[in-house]
Design a protein around this ligand. Structure first.
Ligand code: ADP
Ligand code: MG
Length: 940
């Protein structure tokens, strides 16, 4: 049976009274297994077709040959699933659809004959078949649990001591399970029906008292069905265990489609989290099936429901889904969405296996697990726990599916917890049937005691299931928005006084607006007829309504009156004898005396909408942590760059920026988070890469170092802030102002430091320029040691620095004189060179970070052209021309060999290029001379 698809059925219900009164049109048609839906806005070409395993037409009545009754639905789906359970497979039936589409009707149904849903029929059939097939060799056992998931919290509906919020855990062997969920042994269908009824009662009480939207909760009714066969020949026992999960899902509609327009359900995320995740899980599984590959990641763990139903969704289970459809045109969108959901679900394939002997194997494996945990704990007790706590278990236990358990290392606490839990599971598994039955009975008595304490009537007139009608006693019946929860709690009004309220009362209610002593019912016999007359007396200030009217004085009740106590306890008063008399007198039945009527009356007379009220309450409940983070402003408002508080009327505060906060968020006070105070400190320039100043193009390390301290005040300020915040509580606005002042101080300090640095840079640059003009190239030692030879004055080398110095400063005559003196007077030349060296040393000592003996920039062309040096040195004509050319330009111009004018200096690097001045004239001559030299063959 491995790899079977999920069975999918759709079912369309009749029009509701409301839909009929509004003359709704049916948009669903069914032919065979095909379901068609027509868009009421595009009736001609807007029909969509879907094919499923079953399409159930329940829109009409029994007379219609196509009509699908509760029995037929059960026979198709329920019987097949029950057969799988007897084979030893896990089975699951899910009901999906929008609120009011018929999920609960299909799963639970009503008490009337022929109206029971799949769950009671399946349970009845289960016991009937057990009775048929049971024999000395084959014995059966059935255990039941019933839970509800509301807002991701799990509530045990069968254990009155359980207050909700059960933990969902994952055991390495058992997989996901609900811790402490009661699993009650049942011996007959009556027992199971009783548990169903008790569970529905508990659900109703909780939903009413907690003012919950019951249609938003998921109900999971689980049956663990075991078959034990004893082979008479071998005397070997074999066992098959099947888990039957019957799930009535929450309404699939979107929050705003349920009449809650304009109200955003803040906890809608949680309410629908399970359903949303179920959708994702189904999509992921369907996609994996369609692509024929193993699913990579299925988000089972994202919600309680999907986690618990992990095996049923694409795992070890035979699964069916019934999608309930509303036929009305006004529900077209939701119905289409349900059909699409169902269409996706049918692609999922489950891989069911027969669970043979799982209990014996489970007990074996659990015992092994206990030994392992004990060893782990004793090892941790004997040695350093810090060393052993992180040590992984010696052998990872296998899961029930045979997958190796990928267990994280256990710490001592977890190991202890796991050990206790495992021992508890073993104890439960080893419990004898009699012990289980005793536990079930004890819990039943507790449940009944609790209901009796609340004033809820039980088992009167021999009835055990649902609400029974006492023959004589006047009573109240609860009304609920959810038909499944309506008329399932009954409260007697005894002779004399029946008190209602929270404390020391006969009928105990809770929830908003219920007072300790809320009201009382006085039942006195009428002196003439002897019939009981019931009077409602509200206590002072108690919200009490009769047929929508608030009552403050005693009022005599009539059978059929609607009572609302507080804000959400709705009842119908029934006086059996009055009702019988009315029937006998042939009074017209009138509209159904249900929750909708009570709500309508209240809205008309008081303007109170219970549904809206509840939604508003829900909205106010869990805002908590999201406060602040959800404070988004309309985008059209201009962003206010100014400091808060901003006086501008249309301004909104700066959005939470992505810059790191300089101020830690304030402490939480009384559950309210202080607004985040986030400011942006101007970014400092950090070196050339981030420099934005046009004046600073230098990459000097001095600049980089000098910018660092400018952040110090800000950091100091932050420390001060932290101290301040820990110490004193300044008012919010004052604190903000103070902080802004300090920030402004930091900003001006940073600006001042910036401009000082710019000044410094400018001064440095000027000095570098000066140095480059003045400092000669490094001189040869020979120049110092020995006086130049006689012809040395003719050597143009002393004049080398001059071409750079010449153009800006000395006029031509002074330069010529200087050159002449350098050439002719060795003492002058030595003195001048010494002065130049001193000048160079002085400038260097003046703060230049770079050693300027090595010129930073040197035109490479002179180094690359060393040959040009030699002709000038060796050729006296050149020297003559050079000397004359330097001092007397006209002479040079008149020279017979103007083209042979030497370049302004030898191969030594020129340094004048940095000063930005115009190039010296000899350079022009040199450029002209090179080709000429070549042309004359003087250059090789
Ligand atoms: P849901 O659980 O999906 O919110 P219910 O099962 O409570 O919806 O159905 C809403 C109402 O419609 C109930 O009064 C129920 O009796 C009625 N109803 C739903 N399906 C059918 C059906 N197939 N035949 C007759 N009545 C139905
Ligand atoms: Mg329902």
């Amino acid at each position: 049976m491995a790899g079977a698809s999920v069975k999918v059925a759709v079912r369309v219900r009749p029009f509701s009274a409301r839909e009929s009164s509004r003359q709704a049109k049916c948009v669903i048609q069914m032919r065979g297994n095909t379901t068609c839906i027509t868009n009421p806005k595009l009736p001609k070409d807007g029909t969509k077709h879907f094919t499923f395993d079953y399409s159930y037409w329940s829109h009409t009545s029994e007379e219609d040959p196509n009509f699908a009754s509760q029995r037929r639905v059960y026979q198709d789906i329920g019987e097949e699933m029950l057969a799988h359970a007897f084979e030893g497979y896990n089975v699951c039936i899910l009901a999906y659809g929008q609120t009011g589409a018929g999920k609960s009707y299909t799963m639970m149904g009503r008490q009337e004959p022929g109206q029971r849903g799949i769950i009671p029929q399946l349970c009845e059939d289960l016991f009937a078949r057990m009775a048929r097939e049971g024999s000395p060799e084959l014995s059966f056992s059935v255990e039941v649990s019933y839970l509800e998931i509301y807002c991701e919290r799990v509530r045990d509906l069968l254990n009155p001591k359980s207050r909700g919020g059960l933990r969902v855990r994952e055991h390495p062997l058992l997989g996901p399970y609900v811790q402490d969920l009661s699993r009650l042994a049942v011996a007959s269908f009556a027992d199971i029906a009783d548990l169903m009824d008790s569970g529905n009662k508990a659900r109703t009480v909780a939903a009413t008292n907690m003012n919950e939207t019951s249609s938003r909760s998921h109900a999971v009714f689980s049956i663990v069905f075991s078959q034990r066969r004893q082979d008479p020949l071998s005397e070997l026992a074999t066992e098959k265990v099947s888990r039957i999960s019957l799930v009535d899902l929450a309404g699939s509609e979107r929050a705003d489609a349920s009449g809650a327009k304009g109200i955003r359900l803040k906890e809608g995320a949680n309410i629908n989290k399970s359903l949303t995740t179920l959708g994702k899980v189904i999509s992921a599984l369907a996609e994996a099936t369609s692509k024929k590959k193993k699913p990579e990641f299925i988000p089972y763990r994202d919600s309680v429901l999907t986690w618990l139903l992990k095996e049923n969704l694409g795992g070890n289970s035979r699964t069916a889904m019934i999608a309930a459809l509303s036929p009305a045109d006004c529900s077209y969108e939701e119905t289409l969405s349900t059909l699409r959901y169902a269409d996706r679900t049918k692609q999922i394939r489950c891989h069911a296996v027969i669970n043979e002997d799982p209990n014996a194997r489970l007990i074996r494996e659990l015992r092994r697990e206990v030994t392992r945990l004990r060893e782990l704990l004793s090892a941790q007790g004997l040695t350093d726990p810090s060393l052993t706590s992180s040590a992984p278990p010696s052998t990872a236990p296998p899961t029930l599916n045979g997958d190796p358990g990928l267990e994280p290392p256990l710490g001592p606490t977890e190991a202890m917890e796991r050990l206790q839990e495992t021992e508890k599971i073993i104890a439960e598994l080893n419990e004898t049937w009699e012990e289980k039955l005793r536990r079930t009975e004890a819990l039943r008595l507790e449940r009944e005691a609790l209901l009796a304490e609340m004033g809820v009537a039980l088992r009167e007139d021999g009835g055990t299931v649902g609400v029974f009608s006492p023959k004589k006693t006047p009573h109240l019946v609860n009304l609920n928005e959810d038909p499944l929860m309506s008329e399932c709690l009954l409260y007697h009004i005894k002779d004399g006084v029946t008190r209602v309220g929270r404390v020391d009362v006969d009928i105990k209610l809770s929830g908003p607006s219920i007072q300790d002593q809320h009201c009382l019912f006085r039942s006195c016999p009428d002196p003439s007829s002897g019939e009981a007359v019931v009077t409602l007396e509200p206590c002072e200030g108690a919200e009490t309504y009769v047929n929508g009217k608030q009552v403050t004085e005693p009022v005599v009740l009539k059978s059929g009156n609607r009572l609302i106590l507080g804000q959400n306890h709705v009842f119908r008063f029934t006086h059996p004898e009055q009702a019988r008399r009315q029937r006998e007198q042939g009074a017209s039945p009138g509209p159904p005396l249900d929750w909708n009527l009570a709500q309508r009356e209240l809205l008309e007379q008081q303007g109170i909408d219970m549904r809206l009220h509840r939604l508003q309450e829900l909205q106010n409940q869990p805002q908590g942590d999201k406060e602040g983070s959800e404070q988004t402003q309309p985008p059209e408002a201009p962003v206010c760059p100014g400091p808060p508080p901003c006086p501008g009327p249309g301004c909104r505060p700066l959005p939470v920026p992505s810059v790191p906060s300089m101020v830690p968020s304030g402490p939480r006070r009384a559950g309210r988070r202080e607004p985040l105070r986030v400011y942006q400190i101007p970014q400092r320039r950090r070196g050339p890469g981030t420099s934005s100043s046009s004046s600073s193009s230098s990459s000097s390390p001095a600049l980089r170092i000098s910018t660092e301290p400018s952040l110090e005040p800000a950091l100091r300020l932050r420390e001060e802030e932290e101290k301040d915040e820990g110490g004193e509580q300044v008012s919010e606005v004052e604190g903000l102002r103070l902080h802004l002042d300090r920030l402004a101080g930091i900003l001006s300090e940073v600006r001042r430091q910036n401009s000082a640095k710019d000044e410094q840079i400018r001064a440095l640059r000027d000095r570098v320029g000066q140095m480059e003009r003045v400092i000669p190239i490094p001189l040869d030692d020979a120049d110092d040691a020995d006086p130049p030879p006689q012809d040395a004055p003719r050597d143009p080398s002393p004049c080398r620095p001059r071409p750079r110095a010449d153009p800006p400063s000395p006029p031509g005559a002074a330069a010529a004189r200087l050159c002449r003196l350098m050439e002719q007077d060795p003492a002058f030349r030595r003195g001048r060179l010494r002065w130049l060296r001193q000048e160079q040393a002085r400038l260097m000592a003046g703060g230049g970070p770079q050693p300027l003996l090595q010129p930073p920039r040197r035109p490479p062309r002179f180094q690359q052209d060393p040959k040009l040096r030699f002709p000038f040195k060796s050729n006296p004509q050149h020297r003559l021309a050079w000397a004359g050319g330097e001092g007397d330009a006209p002479q040079a111009d008149n020279s017979p060999l103007p083209s042979l004018q030497p370049p302004p200096h030898s191969g030594r690097p020129r340094r004048g290029s940095l000063d930005g001045g115009s190039p010296p004239p000899p350079r022009v001559r040199r450029q002209r001379s090179a080709p000429d030299l070549k042309a004359r063959g003087q250059i090789p």
